[in-house]
Design a protein around this ligand. Structure first.
Ligand SMILES: [Mg+2]
Length: 120
């Protein structure tokens, strides 16, 4: 069972992601509400996959992705994006993001992305 860390500053998004990931057969081992907390929890919990929101306080998802990839070049970080964040998506890919999940969340999309990322 894939162990997931959810990083998102929105309670609603976190709740939706948790529900969908659990339905997809994943285990949520931690949650963080800003980029810095996400980095700290990554080091502490060693999740198989991180879902990373982009717009967050303290450190945004791009900064957190960069620090996590510097810490662990094998980290699997899936960016959570909203429509209109194409520039961020290109930057995230350059920095080593494994894949993307787009809002609004759909369980089929989330299941497929997690499966693909774990198979790589
Ligand atoms: Mg956000």
């Amino acid at each position: 069972m894939a162990k997931i860390l959810i990083v998102d500053d929105s309670m609603t998004s976190k709740k939706f992601l948790r529900t969908m990931l659990e339905r997809a057969g994943c285990e949520i081992i931690g949650e963080a509400s800003d980029g810095q907390e996400g980095i700290d929890k990554y080091k502490e919990l060693k999740p198989d996959v991180v879902t990373m929101d982009i717009t967050m306080p303290i450190k945004n998802g791009i900064e957190a992705l960069q620090e996590i990839m510097q810490y662990d070049s094998n980290a699997k970080v899936v960016m959570v994006t909203a429509a209109g964040q194409n520039t961020n998506m290109v930057e995230a890919l350059k920095l080593g993001a494994a894949d993307f999940i787009q809002k609004p969340f759909e369980i089929d999309q989330i299941s497929a992305v997690i499966k693909k990322v774990l198979d790589e």
